[in-house]
Design a protein around this ligand. Structure first.
Ligand SMILES: *Cc1c(COP(=O)(O)O)cnc(C)c1O
Length: 378
């Protein structure tokens, strides 16, 4: 039986876009028989990640989710610990908190960048401390590639001495005050899933300035094998290794990362220039301190317009759009966990739409999306 994945001519939300040299790295892996979770592309890819982000250490693993799980583990998150987490995100941010038996506390967005609201963050920390519980970690997200309010959040984190984990899965190549996101917290995490700005087909990485954290994560990702001639284990590990073939794709992709960022930013500008005059249509503007990779262009539809109807109308034109991430505090999975709200993420979810943003889109494709969207809004 043949599975029909899509209708021909479809305009997708975000698809892989090869640079050309991926083939060479993969071919070399096949020729040299490094078709394995060991091989030269893995340290090579980790080196390239450090080069691009200015990180001291990188650990490449099988997914962004795995990297988040390892990061929380090496930051010492234990059962019954509290982890403060952005509510407006993909479930992969929050699931690793549950993997460790810890308790998420969700924080609403601020309206400027859509990321963790520093005011609510501090309130949650104070409340937790007043109950005798110091939060084990602040897990923030740079949503759709837009950096969070890092100055405010890092200042709070330092004041209360709580480690920050940056979920930069969507934000590779984004900068805040000139520095790459992922390098502000104790650990930063990237995803190389097929829908992200660059891909290994599936993969992830964590970066850190702390050598011992990188070593520990690497150890746990490799089944926590202790040094011995036989299989010796003193800790519970995971099989979170990345394939040397995938790492080869990643090496080729990182060669074109800057180009991809430029292309996605141009796509954002194109949409903005052609749509911003529509009454009530909102964009996320780039604050002065930020340089966003614009992984996805998102819009807030005018009030009273149902995003689901718009999505369906574009779907009819064979154009893929998506609602924003449904906030974690609205998910049945997280019913019963604490949430510090201000109404922002609820409103964003009710009005937002993600537009096709693949770096391979042509001007003709973008014009088609713009036409279709304008029609749907009439
Ligand atoms: C994609 C994504 C992840 C997970 O990455 P995978 O590589 O798919 O496991 C985590 N957080 C956010 C915000 C993401 O968008």
């Amino acid at each position: 039986m043949k599975q029909i994945l899509y209708r021909p001519g479809r305009i997708f939300l975000s698809v892989p876009h090869m640079g050309g040299h991926e083939r060479n790295y993969v071919q070399k892996a096949l020729e040299d028989n490094w078709v394995s979770t060991i091989g030269p592309n893995i340290p090579g890819f980790e080196h390239d990640i450090c080069q691009h982000t200015n990180a001291q250490h990188a650990v490449a693993v099988s997914s962004g989710t795995a990297a988040l799980h390892l990061a929380l583990r090496v930051l010492g998150v234990k059962p019954s610990d509290v982890v403060i987490c952005s509510t407006l995100t993909f479930v992969a941010t929050a699931n690793p908190i549950l993997y460790l038996g810890a308790t998420p506390v969700f924080i609403d967005s601020e309206p400027e960048t859509w990321n963790m609201d520093p005011v609510l963050l501090e309130q949650a920390i104070k409340d937790s401390l007043s109950k005798g519980k110091k939060p084990a970690c602040i897990l923030l997200v740079h949503l759709y590639g837009m950096p969070a309010k890092l100055k405010e959040i890092m200042e709070i984190a330092d004041r209360y001495d709580i480690p920050v984990l940056e979920d930069a899965a969507e934000a590779l190549g984004s900068r805040y005050s000139g520095h790459q996101v992922g390098t502000f917290g104790k650990i930063g995490v990237f995803s190389f899933n097929g829908n992200k700005i660059v891909t290994t087909s599936g993969g992830g990485a964590m970066i850190t300035a702390h050598e011992e954290l990188a070593q520990q994560a690497e150890h746990l990702a490799h089944q926590a094998k202790d040094p011995a001639p036989y299989y010796l284990h003193s800790q519970m590990g995971y099989n979170y290794m990345l394939s040397n073939v995938s790492a080869g794709i990643g090496r080729g992709q990182l060669e074109v990362l800057e180009k991809r960022v430029k292309q996605r930013r141009e796509i954002y500008s194109y949409y903005y220039n052609h749509l911003h005059e529509i009454e009530g249509l909102g964009f996320v503007l780039e604050p002065k301190s930020c340089f966003a990779n614009r992984w996805l262009t998102t819009v807030l539809l005018p009030e009273g317009i149902n995003p689901e109807r718009v999505r369906q109308e574009l779907e009819h034109d064979n154009i893929e759009t998506r609602p924003l991430w449904k906030p974690m505090h609205q998910q049945p999975l997280f019913a019963g966990y604490s949430f510090y709200g201000n109404g922002t993420s609820d409103e964003l979810f009710a009005r937002g739409l993600c537009l096709p943003s693949s770096s391979s889109l042509t001007e003709e494709d973008l014009d088609k999306v713009i036409r279709s969207l304008k029609q749907a809004l009439q």
